[in-house]
Design a protein around this ligand. Structure first.
Ligand code: SF4
Length: 340
């Protein structure tokens, strides 16, 4: 019996960046073989009412023929249509004049660009020289084409002061005023991000809540709801519920370029793998998806949060976490790593 609506995010082309905060984790860039899109959709088609297919899970549109690719994603989807988001390829924005026109033509009004401070530190975090200048250039291209840039900034101990400079630079560039001339809304926001994927390696650099510079607090998303690790340990010390990711009717799967299948919960690491399209029978793999039957989730469902706090919490730490679930996910991944 067919059930649920499925969204597929397939890593068909990879990503030009190697961001040190990437929640998905770093994976090799490899173009998937021609016909992989159809093969993936056909694999799941017998089991789902509708399938929305995206040919990217990392950098959107990161292929030469991005226009045809978008049309193909629409065509290959079943009883569903892929959407555009506030995400785009800044790689293409600065390399191909037609790309911004393509974004306009598919109704994109805002594009998020990710910074980590000024030039040196942003290049280091994105993993390639020139990234910061490309982000500034992309900002100009977007505004010239009446698309509002949204600057997302990740903060750590080492870049807090640098972000003050970046904020000042965004003001010098008059980005808010310039976006208003076409009814757009420039925004600048800061957060620490989750603590999975590559960002988990940055745990030692996670900033203490009291060290967030006062002038950046107005730009920090929901700052009043952030907590220190010590506060979270106290809140969760007696929490006997288990933190296990769970899907309702809508299921999203990430497909790696070697056809490994993952939920889009937390990172794409081996311990979260559901199966492989090339080697697993689709009925069995879909059963694991529907029943959420993988070792990591089985372990999550039988471990109370209070136990995670005992094993992995640090009640002395003032490191900031943006929400309770980010901290639970961090502790859960610590435990899963120990069991794998
Ligand atoms: S965060 Fe996005 S742009 Fe950066 S490496 Fe990961 S997928 Fe690529």
């Amino acid at each position: 019996m067919k059930t649920n609506n499925l969204t597929i995010l397939a890593d068909m082309y990879g990503c030009p960046n190697r961001c040190k905060h990437c929640w998905l984790s770093h994976m090799p860039n490899k173009k998937m073989p021609d016909g992989s899109d159809e093969m993936i959709v056909n694999y799941f088609k017998p089991h789902f009412h509708s399938i929305t297919f995206y040919s990217w899970v990392r950098e959107p549109d990161y292929c030469e023929n991005y226009v045809e690719r978008w049309q193909r994603d629409i065509q290959i989807s079943v009883n569903a249509k892929p959407q555009r988001f506030e995400l785009a390829s800044f790689w293409w924005l600065v390399r191909d004049d037609n790309y911004v026109r393509f974004l306009k033509s598919v109704g994109v009004n805002t594009v998020q660009l990710t910074f980590f401070g000024t030039e040196e530190i942003t290049d280091w975090y994105i993993g390639r020289k020139g990234a910061y200048q490309e982000l500034l250039q992309a900002t100009e291209i977007l505004i010239d084409n009446q698309i509002a840039p949204r600057w997302q900034v990740f903060i750590n101990t080492e870049n807090a002061t640098d972000i003050i400079e970046l904020l000042a630079h965004s003001k010098e560039l008059k980005l808010s005023e310039r976006c208003k001339t076409f009814g757009g809304d420039f925004s600048f926001f800061i957060h620490s991000g989750s603590c999975d994927g590559e960002n988990r390696k940055l745990y030692p650099l996670r900033i203490n809540k009291e060290d967030i510079p006062a002038e950046l607090i107005p730009y920090y998303i929901n700052f009043s709801e952030t907590k220190t690790e010590a506060e979270l340990c106290a809140i969760l010390a007696n929490d006997d519920t288990c933190f296990a990711y769970h899907n309702e009717n809508e299921i999203t799967l990430n497909i790696a370029n070697n056809f490994d299948v993952y939920f889009n919960f937390t990172h794409m690491r081996p311990e979260w793998k559901i199966g492989n399209i090339l080697t697993d029978d689709s009925t069995e793999l879909v059963r694991r998806v529907i029943d959420e039957d993988i070792p990591a989730l089985r372990l999550a469902r039988k471990t109370p949060t209070s136990e995670l706090v005992k094993l992995f919490g640090n009640p002395q730490s003032h490191k900031i976490f943006d929400c309770v679930d980010d901290y639970k996910a961090y502790m859960l991944n610590e435990m899963i790593k120990e069991h794998s």
